[in-house]
Ligand binder design. Structure first.
Ligand code: SF4
Ligand code: SF4
Length: 149
């Protein structure tokens, strides 16, 4: 499976708090955390039970990472990653913004998928979304061309 790389997100006010969720530390995304690699099948070396064991020394990558659920009040409560098993976060390709949507160990539920697709179509969003470990795309012609490069 192609594991999405974690990149630093722009700083915007947080809408919610993680409050028990550790989905972005569990190995569904790829990151180099102080020289220890996190990737599909390997959670972060520094993750303890339900918390980060180096919270005050965690790298900027972790400090600045926010998923869409944290930053965007339009995303419903039930799409919290620990509940929905889906992480949504912003990325760029060729200066085009899009939302990357990653399953966390289970095939995306059809209710979640339907809401995400309708939300993208109604708001003109570019999205790259995983269903049953395969990638799918919705968005502008420029975004689709960039993804097919
Ligand atoms: S996936 Fe989102 S809610 Fe969960 S720990 Fe990461 S930033 Fe917080
Ligand atoms: S260093 Fe801490 S916050 Fe960063 S991925 Fe690892 S467990 Fe999560």
């Amino acid at each position: 499976m192609d594991t999405p790389e974690v990149t630093e997100a722009p700083l915007v006010p947080r809408i919610r708090t993680c409050d028990g969720c550790t989905a972005c530390c569990e190995g569904w995304l790829t990151a180099d955390v102080h020289g220890k690699y996190m990737y599909s099948g390997r959670m972060c070396h520094f993750k303890g039970p339900g918390h980060c064991t180096i919270y005050d020394q965690r790298p900027g990558l972790c400090v600045n990472f926010r998923c869409e659920w944290i930053d965007n009040n339009d995303i419903p409560e039930w799409l919290k990653p620990s509940l929905s098993k889906v992480i949504m976060y912003r990325r760029m390709v060729n200066d085009i913004g899009y939302i990357n949507i990653v399953e966390t160990g289970a095939k995306m539920d059809s209710t979640h998928l339907n809401w995400i697709i309708l939300h993208a179509l109604q708001n003109g969003l570019n999205i790259r979304y995983m269903v049953d470990s395969g990638w799918n795309f919705i968005g502008s012609p420029e975004f689709l061309a960039a993804m097919n490069q």
